[in-house]
Design a protein around this ligand. Structure first.
Ligand code: S3P
Length: 172
């Protein structure tokens, strides 16, 4: 039985809060890839994008995932771009069940603020929605590769956990 649970999905799809609750429920440790990167490089993601650029962030993200994938009994909440990196996903899949959380662009717009996410740091809501729609169109095929997909527009994080627990009982 694979022992990690890997949450993928767009920014604001609820990975972190669902992941924390799920980890508690399973007695697993919770790891957020962004937090792990920020701790290791002692820089906030938003500053990393601004000072070093997205490419450096993506390299660091891959390095972090390589390390995390070696450990077990973790719920790993991944940054929204991770699912598009095939080699990172291959590594995570070796010991991980992959679960995608999805939501409609308007839901994402409501859930994401303007501050800590460099890719959505747009001035107007209109601009942000446009970026969300475009980026989501590119990423959806990757999110669809998950073992389980949960639409979170109308669910609470606790309900997401229930859906995941039910699914896990079926695969064990
Ligand atoms: C990103 C999502 C962010 C973070 C970075 C890039 C993305 O994580 O990794 O800002 O490419 O979608 P969350 O999905 O946790 O917001």
């Amino acid at each position: 039985m694979k022992s990690n649970i890997v949450l993928i999905g767009f920014m604001g799809s609820g990975k972190s809060i669902t992941g924390k609750l799920l980890a508690y429920r399973l007695g697993y440790s919770f790891v957020d890839t962004d937090t792990a990167i920020e701790q290791e490089y002692k820089t906030k993601i938003k500053d990393m994008f601004a000072k070093e650029g997205e490419a450096i962030f993506r390299q660091r993200e891959t390095a972090t995932i390589q390390k995390l994938a070696q450990k077990s009994h973790q719920v790993i909440s991944t940054g929204g771009g991770v699912a598009t990196k095939e080699t990172d996903m291959q590594e995570l899949r070796k010991n991980g069940i992959v679960i995608a959380l999805t939501a409609m662009p308007h839901t994402i717009l409501k859930r994401t603020g303007n501050d800590k996410r460099p890719l959505l740091a747009k001035k107007s809501n209109e601009e942000r929605l446009k970026t969300i729609i475009e980026l989501m169109a590119k990423r959806t095929p990757f999110y669809k590769k998950a073992d389980l997909i949960i639409k979170t527009d109308d669910t609470t994080p606790l309900q997401n956990v229930e859906i995941i627990m039910k699914y896990l009982k079926g695969v064990k």
